[in-house]
Design a protein around this ligand. Structure first.
Ligand code: ATP
Length: 528
């Protein structure tokens, strides 16, 4: 098990290192020491992410008549988050470990039944000794063995520290994940200072002071959206009436979301700023389950269509106690990441909760009238109802990590290691560069011909790259590592018969094609 874990960690390290080396993903503000859980997408990463998101848009919006798109603002009216329940409920349960000081999410911590052995493992003997001395008085049965403390039992919490395994934990506290900021020329600090002075003079205690500070801040607070979904509910009427689209229909949106994640983990898998691709699909009451099944199937088709190995994708049904109170069914699409199965996308039947909540919060009607349907309550033609919603909500940045993990391969080469390489077997439509145009050498007119071929690719709107640096083998290796599916090489023969070699990334097969066919050949592969 330990060996397996270290192989998985090693694989993640290799992927993270390739991402930096080849310009996919960099740590944000790296020269200042980096910002926790924020990432920048480099020249290759931005192409890959955009390609993935364009594929989603093509599949969800352009290839069907019943879904339309929007691009809403990141900052919305603060009442949106009150009505949606995010202000009250969008929080993680936070716990502090009294042994190692780790702050972690209770719902993600290792589970352990009450009374079970809970061995504690510290980073080194010094820390283990210090922890032992601190705990000895209250837990006399504890004994030290190197870096471990043995003899502790799990408490009633049902979990232990995610870092050291200790059952000695603080109470759980709720921590809201939304980023708060202020809108307009307001100075909340000025107001707060005045309010605090007055409250202290009145003898307010800490609890009272805190609630007054909260109230003073709330007056000017706005939030960065923690999901893109709410705009689709809030703009339901505008979209329906401006397009005349009939239920069932969907509103789709892709874009940035922000969550002040307590545990940022696994590189870009969980970050504080990320991108989502969400669709709210509105249907008549009673049809939620049918569309839940439909979207499950569609969304799995899409992930597989990106070339992800079907063996590495699965559904996980949410248990009843995991479901939000308004939801009557939810499935996660999970990918087998190097650390194990984890969520890529959630597909939920949300009943009529969202539209009803915003109708109540805004005092506006969010309903639909179908003149042809029969109202089940009256038996008469013409039905006025609040649509139900099925939501396929995917992570774009998580999707990037999944396709990178799936495409990453190391090939051993021959007995001497000759021909060994690292290759990203990305689907050609996802690949950042579609074709590399390479003169074999920098003379004999080869660069000029290669540049002309590259120009033909640019004119066709295909992201190609002219590349003459280093020996040809090195250039192939570089393009294998960024997943370029085709390398076109101009060589001596090109000078006499107007042909180039086309090298296929996955099996390194090479064939000769006419120069005039180059763009067409790559275009055909991209369509396929
Ligand atoms: P998790 O359980 O992993 O925190 P979630 O269930 O809260 O995710 P949703 O609110 O359903 O996530 O969001 C839809 C999708 O958005 C997720 O399936 C995931 O792909 C993506 N996502 C959510 N939070 C993050 C994050 N912090 N970083 C990157 N992607 C995220």
């Amino acid at each position: 098990m330990a060996a397996e874990e270290s192989r998985e960690t090693e694989l993640m390290q290799k992927i993270v290192s390739l991402c930096k080396r080849r310009g996919f993903v960099f740590q944000s503000s790296e020269i200042y020491g980096g910002l926790r859980s924020a990432y920048d997408y480099g020249p290759m990463g931005v192409e890959l992410k955009r390609n993935l998101m364009s594929e989603w848009w093509r599949f969800m919006v352009h290839s069907r008549e019943d879904v339309v798109g929007i691009d809403a603002s990141i900052i919305m009216h603060p009442e949106v988050w009150k009505s949606s329940g995010h202000l009250a409920n969008f929080s993680d349960p936070l716990v502090d470990c009294k042994v190692c000081g780790e702050r972690f999410r209770a719902d993600k911590a290792p589970k352990l039944a009450e009374g079970a052995d809970a061995p504690i493992t510290l980073a080194d003997k010094g820390r283990a000794k210090a922890a032992h001395e601190k705990l000895q008085a209250t837990v006399p049965e504890l004994r030290r063995d190197g870096t471990s403390l043995l003899g502790a039992k799990a408490g009633p919490a049902g979990y232990v520290c995610s870092n050291c395994g200790s059952p000695f934990l603080s109470e759980e506290r709720r921590f809201n994940l939304m980023f708060r900021t202020t809108l307009g020329p307001v100075d909340p600090i000025g107001d707060i200072v005045g309010m605090v002075r007055a409250a202290v003079a009145e003898g307010a205690d800490d609890k009272e002071l805190r609630s007054r500070v909260e109230a003073a801040m709330a007056a000017s607070s706005v939030y960065l959206r923690p999901e893109t979904a709410q705009a689709m509910f809030v703009q339901f009427m505008n979209v329906q009436q401006s397009t005349g689209i009939k239920v069932p229909f969907g509103i789709a949106q892709m874009g940035k979301s922000f969550r002040n994640e307590v545990t940022a983990e696994h590189f870009i898998f969980r970050s504080c700023e990320f991108e989502q691709m969400e669709c709210e699909y509105f249907c008549p009451p009673g049809e939620g389950q049918k569309y839940l099944e439909y979207w499950k199937e569609q969304r799995m088709l899409w992930w597989r269509g990106l070339g992800i190995d079907a063996e590495n994708l699965r559904f996980r049904a949410h248990d009843a106690d995991e479901l939000a109170h308004y939801s009557d069914g939810c499935f996660d699409v999970e990918y087998k990441f190097p650390w194990g199965w984890d969520e890529l996308e959630g597909i939920a039947s949300r009943t009529d909760y969202d539209l009803k909540a915003h109708a109540a919060g805004s005092n506006k009607k969010l309903t639909y009238f179908d003149p042809e349907a029969t109202d089940p309550a009256t038996g008469k033609q013409g039905w006025h109802y609040v649509p139900h919603v099925v939501e396929p909500a995917a992570g774009a940045t998580r999707g990037v990590l999944a396709v990178l993990c799936d495409a990453y391969a190391e090939e051993a080469g021959d007995a001497d290691g000759k021909g060994a390489r690292t290759v990203l077997r990305l689907h050609p439509r996802l690949a950042p560069i579609k074709a590399a145009i390479l003169p074999l050498v920098k003379r004999d007119g080869m660069p000029e011909i290669a540049r002309k071929i590259a120009d033909q690719f640019f004119a066709a709107g295909i992201n190609a790259k002219y590349d003459e640096q280093h020996a040809i083998g090195k250039r192939y290796a570089r393009h294998d590592e960024v997943g370029t599916p085709y390398c076109l090489t101009v060589d001596t023969q090109t000078l006499t018969d107007d042909t180039v070699t086309i090298r296929h990334r996955d099996d390194r097969r090479q064939e000769r094609i006419k120069v005039q066919e180059a763009v067409d050949t790559v275009q055909r592969a991209l369509r396929g």
